[in-house]
Design a binder for this molecule. Structure first.
Ligand code: FAD
Length: 481
């Protein structure tokens, strides 16, 4: 009887909880593996190639199954398990409501066929459900949650113990699973296929697979983590780790990341020693925080604001405004640079994510869910929990949000975090010739003629007026809630 590990967003062999247990269980029998329905298709497919090679070295096959309809996934897995004579399915848990429902269904379907299924916590350092306030509730504010997270890891050091990669299959597995070894990694469906030029670009920008993740992590921890506290808010600097795509695809486990950072510190404490290391670990912990939020308040997965009293805000659905935002043509240089960075890299700096999300939901008063969706469709690191959390923060409708009356001024954000306009000049070529502080607000600071000649648009809204409009709309929505 064979054991199957179902890969989802955990595309690595190192420190993979369910894969490790599957391998432990299967020692005598071999582990055929499947991966299903990838999003962020290009990166995932490149990752699968690496995974397949790594597994083949252990005589473990990787079976890639393409399922047209998501809801067919459980039935197809049961069919494959039956075809392979497998009696035990392992998988790591995903916490979004649809995924949890799918897993519940699959456990039932497996049971009907006499197949066991184990679904395990793997994505977070501290699994959801382990941290509660003194009164037994889930924390809705990050800082006390983070203190509890740190305490919990200190008192349960095994949370940072890493699982070994799977054991090598016995030699007979090659013969036994010959058919599975012949499985090819498919091409992306035509609608999601990149042009050759883009495919090359993204391959260089975002090398795939867990070895690349480990290289990037080691380099960041050796070279940049010390300065992270100082540099992480400056979008023109390569001051952050750029590891989000690996966290989101599971080519890097959160435990491995935190442990590697901790090893560079002069203490085992997560809240002491080098400031850059502490700050970085606390950012990685945000990822855990937002996953815990999904589990405790699953309605945030259903297009609802975390704060129900924010359900009655009258959002705008102005298509021209939305298009200007997506194309980086709002007339606000920092916003436009950021949106063009997203188009160019499939990634955006965290400070800029906050600025553009605040701009669309407050200055344009567009429904934040339009922006949330656009991000998920365009980010290489799109992760439902972190994205939803980030949008909730910036639009003031989420857990532990920016208060609604504290509205970012995109011009001041630009002056503060891109003082010399380096980031703007990189991404907005029309403004490269603009000198000095006018770069932040060319039409308001005497560079309008130059900007216009270069084809840069005027601001699509006036920030002062837009701010007043947003304050009134939020207040009205809350009062009527
Ligand atoms: P680093 O600064 O090096 O941080 C290390 C890791 O910590 C990140 O890779 C990420 O896994 C985690 N992290 C850091 N900041 C946050 C945060 N605020 N929330 C949750 N996790 C965090 N992150 C995603 O991974 N996917 C998303 O879809 C996503 N959408 C976002 C949308 C908005 C509106 C906002 C404000 C933030 C969003 N973030 C998202 C969080 C953050 O912007 C990115 O994780 C970060 O920019 C990734 O770059 P990095 O790997 O260099 O981060």
């Amino acid at each position: 009887n064979a054991v199957v590990h179902w890969f989802k967003m955990d595309l690595r062999i190192r420190d993979n909880t369910a894969l490790h247990l599957a391998s432990d269980k299967a020692r005598q029998t071999g582990v055929p593996l499947i991966a299903l329905a990838p999003i962020r298709v290009d990166f995932m497919l490149r990752t699968l190639k690496v995974l397949k090679e790594d597994l083949a070295k252990l005589d473990i096959p990787l079976w890639v199954e393409t399922v047209e309809e998501r809801k067919r996934v459980p039935a197809r897995i049961v069919e494959l398990m039956t075809e392979w004579g497998a009696n035990h399915l392992f998988a790591n848990m995903e916490y979004e409501i649809d995924e949890l429902r799918r897993e519940a269904k699959l456990v039932r379907m497996c049971a009907e066929k006499g197949i066991s299924m184990d679904v395990l916590h793997d994505a977070c350092v501290v699994p959801p459900g382990q941290l509660t306030t003194g009164t037994g509730k889930q924390y809705a504010v990050y800082s006390p949650w983070f203190r509890a997270w740190v305490r919990h890891v200190h008192t349960n050091p095994e949370l940072l113990e890493l699982f070994d990669p799977p054991e090598r299959n016995p030699e007979s597995a090659r013969m036994q699973y010959a058919k599975l070894f012949s499985c090819e990694i498919p091409l992306a469906p035509e609608s999601k296929r990149l042009s050759q030029e883009d495919a090359k670009k993204f391959d260089t920008l975002w090398p795939a697979g867990e070895h690349e993740a480990m290289k990037r992590l080691a380099r960041f921890c050796d070279e940049d983590i010390g300065g992270y506290g100082k540099h992480r808010n400056i979008p023109s600097m390569p001051g952050t780790s750029n590891l989000s795509v690996h966290f989101a695809s599971g080519t890097l486990s959160a435990k491995t990341a935190v442990r590697t950072a901790r090893e560079r510190n002069n203490t085992k404490k997560l809240d002491a020693g080098n400031e850059g290391i502490q700050t970085w670990i606390s950012e990685v912990a945000w990822r855990d925080f937002y996953k815990h939020v999904l589990v405790h308040w699953p309605y945030v997965c259903m297009n609802k604001p975390f704060k129900p009293e924010y359900s009655n805000i009258e959002w705008s659905y102005d298509k021209e405004h939305f298009d200007a935002w997506t194309r980086g043509r709002t007339g606000y240089p920092m916003v436009d640079a950021a949106m063009r960075q997203l188009q160019g890299l499939g990634w955006m700096h965290n400070r800029c994510r906050m600025v553009v999300a605040s701009f669309i939901s407050k200055d344009l008063l567009l429904d934040w869910r339009m922006g949330e969706r656009f991000f998920m469709e365009n980010l290489i690191d799109g992760d439902f929990a972190s994205n939803n959390g980030g949008w909730g923060f910036a639009a003031s409708v989420g857990v532990d949000p920016q208060p609604y009356f504290r509205i970012f001024n995109p011009l001041l954000q630009s002056e503060k975090f891109d003082p010399d306009g380096e980031y703007i000049r990189k991404w907005v070529p029309e403004l490269r010739g603009v000198k000095g502080k006018a770069i932040h607000d060319p039409y308001g600071r005497g560079a309008g003629v130059q900007a216009q000649k270069a084809g840069y648009p005027r601001p699509i809204v006036d920030h002062k007026g837009a701010r007043e409009r947003a304050l009134a709309a939020y207040k009205k929505g809350i009062d009527s809630g």
